[in-house]
Design a protein around this ligand. Structure first.
Ligand code: GUN
Length: 283
């Protein structure tokens, strides 16, 4: 059994990007990311801080817009409009979830598709569906990188994704399909879940429930990727996979933390660099 070191793989990806940002800077091209956070959700604050830290490490200019909980739609849309038109900003990310009174869909739609480094805008989602994309969805792209690092071929394999969210499950399934896997998407209404997942050569768990995937659900020798980040009552972070028991059964497995999480940020940085190149006619 091999533990996939997401931290190390992310560090390698970020180092490549750091060199690319430096080369762009030599040509007089800067790279800038705007991060919007509304309210005081503690998990969102941690994610935003990590994104800012990654920008600093890579030489990407980051601008944080921390707005109060009672921000109105008008105020938020005005900020997005300003950033859409701001030359020094190549990528715009609005951290989700937003406070309940704000319309997430309208916010995603307002971000210019050229600056939508999350790839959440319907134009970018559509491009992913067709297989002709500018921006890769960050978490699924990070997972693909982790799978590739195992050396396990994706083509023709049975891949099962548990979870059908717009952020992870759906785009994850598309990326696997583009790589010629046979893909099954499971969700809360799926019957005989264990029967389906135990046929997976590659199993991706994006459920949001601690220790949901147990050894009886996993095929001997499978690659298991855990996208979950769940906080236990003790404060400890844990994934969707019962790591200690499942690890004995699979060929490769990601830990939580230190698996898929760090990769998501590296892919966000990659999208920001792509955005800057496109906006400067370098792609
Ligand atoms: N909230 C949880 N994951 C994400 C993400 O990838 N992007 C944004 N903007 N918000 C999130």
């Amino acid at each position: 059994m091999n533990i996939i070191d997401g931290k190390a793989i992310s560090a390698k990806a970020k180092e490549e990007l750091r060199l690319e940002v430096a080369a762009l800077s030599e040509k007089g091209v800067s790279v800038g990311l705007a991060v919007i956070i509304v309210g005081d959700d503690p998990a969102s604050r941690v994610y935003v801080n990590n994104k800012k830290k990654a920008c600093e490490l890579l030489g990407i200019i980051s601008e944080e817009y921390a707005l109060p909980n009672d921000t109105t739609m008008e105020e938020l849309l005005a900020l997005i409009d300003e950033l859409n038109n701001k030359k020094e900003i190549n990528g715009i990310l609005c951290q989700l979830p937003l406070p309940r009174h704000l319309d997430e869909k309208a916010v995603i739609n307002a971000i210019s598709p050229e600056k939508d480094v999350d790839a959440f805008h319907p134009v970018n989602v559509g491009k992913i569906m067709i297989g002709d994309f500018d921006f890769l969805p960050c978490t699924p792209a990070g997972v693909m990188r982790l799978i590739d690092e195992t050396g396990v071929e994706v083509e023709g394999k049975n891949c099962v994704v548990i979870g059908r969210s717009n952020i992870v499950g759906k785009p994850m399934s598309m990326l696997l399909l583009h790589r010629n896997a046979t893909v099954t998407i499971c969700h809360s209404k799926t019957r005989n879940l264990a029967e389906i997942t135990s046929k997976a050569d590659i199993l991706v768990a994006a459920v949001g429930r601690a220790n949901f995937v147990t050894p009886d659900m996993v095929k001997e020798g499978a690659v298991v990727i855990d996208v979950g980040i769940n906080r236990l009552e003790s404060g400890k972070l844990c994934g969707d996979v019962d790591f200690e028991n499942v690890k004995e059964k699979c060929s490769h497995i990601t830990p939580v933390p230190g698996g898929a999480g760090p990769m998501t940020i590296a892919m966000l940085m990659a999208n920001t660099v792509t955005a800057a190149k496109r906006q400067n006619n370098l792609l």
